[in-house]
Write a protein that binds this ligand. Sequence first.
Ligand code: SF4
Ligand code: SF4
Length: 96
Amino acid sequence: MAKLKSWKELPCGAIIDDPKAVLDNKTGAWRSQRPCWSAEKCIHCLNCWIFCPDAAIMVKDGKMTGINYDYCKGCGICANVCPTKVQAITMEEERK
Ligand code: SF4
Ligand code: SF4
């Protein structure tokens, strides 16, 4: 894990001056709930991809392929926006 900087070393306003740096911050370690995706139920509407605040929904050729747990914080938004009749994502307790 990268060494944390003190506040004196941070840029003014704590802005992120290197967009690639977010890749090093694997926010999945914060998760207490885990979204579980069912490939069989998924209709690939991509609501979850649009609304995921962490860009953790993986998509290839216009279809959902899974969830990147390195960056998923377990907020549950994807499960909430998945169509009610489909319910392809369910939230479960994270097993550490
Ligand atoms: S739980 Fe939140 S962060 Fe994780 S995939 Fe769903 S919307 Fe994204
Ligand atoms: S919102 Fe649900 S049905 Fe739509 S792509 Fe995501 S998991 Fe699949």
